[in-house]
Structures are given as C-alpha cells and as structure tokens.
Design a protein around this ligand. Structure first.
Ligand SMILES: [Zn+2]
Length: 287
C-alpha cells in the first residue's frame, strides 16, 4: 500500500470530550471503537451489517488509509482519536476489563468470535489453522463455548497458548491436505495451503471461514466443496454487531482477552516494533 499514512486500527480508549449531538457517552467513559466506520442508522446498520455501512465510503476504516476509505479517518496510534457517529461507534467496555488486553476488541477478537460462536451447534468440533492472534481468539471462543478444537500452527509460543486454552495442537505447516472432518473450520493464516486444508477438513454441510486476507488470491477446490456441500465465507469481521454478544461472554467470565496476551511497547519504540511485527516470544510478559 502506498505510504505514508496514519496507522493503528484497533483501540480501546477513554472519552475526553463529546460533541453536542452525542447522547450516550461522557468524559471518563472507557470504550472500544470498531475499526470500521459505521453510522448506526442506515439500512445496513439496522440489518446488523454495519461492516458495510452505506453512509460512508466502502471499507472506511481507521489506520489503513489506502485500503480504508481515504485519509479522513486517521489512525488509532495517537493521543487523541476523533470518533464519528459516536453513539453507535464508541461502545462502553464491561466493568473491570483491562484496556490493554481488550485493545483487539476493535477487530481481531471479533474476528475470532465470528469464526466460531454464531455457528457452533451441540456436538460440533472445530479446526483452526492459525497465525498471529485471530486464530488464537477463535480457539478461545471455542473454549468459551465448550467446542472441542484442534489448532494447527508452526509457532511454538502460539501452539502453547492454544494448548493452554484447551485445544489439541498439531505443529505442522498446512499444505492443502485434510486434517480430518470438522463441522467448523477456520483458515486464519492467509496462505493458499492453509485455506485449502481448512476447506478439505470441513465435513459435509459444515462451515469453512477464511479470516485471513488473500491479496494474491488462492485456488478453491470447488468440486470437492460442491460434493460435500461446504459452506464458505470470507470477509472482514462485523465488529459493531458482534461486540454486544462478546461483552456478554466477557461478563460471564467465559472469554478472557488476557488469555491470549499482548506485547507492550513504549510509543517511541513503536516504529521498530511495527517493522518487526509483534513477536509472540515474550507474549503474556506484561499481563
Ligand atoms: Zn450505517
């Protein structure tokens, strides 16, 4: 993507000031703000499809300027962030939640949630092909809902976290082969092999979800999918609409953002940290 642009699209924050039209917030409130801009009043927002709000440019998002509806939204790695449609967009956090642990509510936590929670039926088992945090959040929601889960990855630290969350783990690179038959499969690692392995591991009539972004595309085994009636979805998380149910699981103590951990850096070190990607070597170090 063309640079430079303001970065940061997931955040929790404290309200410091509200506009005249804002009714539900006051200074001091602790909030999370979905990464996608949505108005709360258009037909899509009313139909629980706020991921494609019709009041703003498509893909309108904090911190992904060339891929996020233009320069007007800015980035969330900032001292102050302006939140439009604040009554709809800024959501008050459950009591006592750690702001750092909850930062990914804006996107990745909701991404993990939508891969598992809305679809899980009694007796279902899940397969999660992971990388970064989305796969681990999917495992955490499987655990929250008592869905037996198998987690595939090559990163030892992430495999350990998945195991601590109760998943059966397999340390291997998914290369398109099947890992068994699962009612719910999640491809979160953005590789063609990961995507094809998830699809081939989906049982007849099951659901395969691709949470990763495939910038270069990937071949889908459509005939195999047709024969088994695999339902396949991809796309961004529907954060604003899914957060109330996620808050309920947090209040019930069934989903704990701290279980996944996070890395904390001084703001002056952010450029170096971002260049290197966020390492899981020191995960959980600070929570
Ligand atoms: Zn809208």
């Amino acid at each position: 993507m063309e640079r430079p642009y303001a970065v940061g699209h997931e955040f929790t924050a404290e309200v410091v000031e509200v506009g005249d039209a804002v009714r539900t917030l006051k200074p001091g409130d602790r909030v999370t703000v979905p990464f996608q801009i949505s108005c709360g009043t258009c037909s899509h927002c009313h139909s629980a499809r706020s991921l494609d709000c019709t009041s703003v440019e498509p893909l309108s998002t904090y911190g992904l300027e060339p891929f996020g509806g233009g320069a007007i939204w800015g980035g969330a790695i900032a001292d102050l962030v302006k939140v439009p449609f604040a009554d709809a967009m800024a959501m008050k956090l459950p009591e006592g939640i750690d702001l750092v642990a909850a930062a990914a509510l804006s996107d990745n936590i909701a991404d993990g949630y939508r891969c598992i929670a809305p679809h899980a039926l009694p007796g279902d088992e899940a397969l999660v092909i992971g990388s970064a945090s989305v796969g681990l959040y999917a495992v955490a929601f499987a655990s929250a809902l008592a869905v037996p889960c198998t987690y595939i990855d090559t990163n030892a630290a992430r495999l350990k976290i998945a195991e601590q969350l109760g998943a059966k783990t397999v340390a291997t690179t998914p290369d398109g082969r099947s890992f068994g038959e699962f009612a719910l499969t999640v491809s979160a690692n953005s590789t063609p092999g990961g995507l094809q392995s998830a699809i081939r591991s989906t049982t007849g009539g099951g659901i395969c979800q691709a949470a990763g972004i495939h910038f270069r595309g990937a071949e889908l085994p459509l005939l195999e999918m047709y024969k088994r009636g695999v339902r396949f979805t991809t796309g961004r998380a529907n954060v604003r609409d899914d957060l109330p149910a996620i808050f309920d699981l947090i209040r019930q103590g069934r989903f704990r953002p701290k279980d996944i951990g996070a890395s904390v850096f001084k703001i002056d070190d952010a450029p170096e940290a971002l260049k290197g990607g966020l390492s899981y070597k020191s995960v959980i170090q600070m929570l």
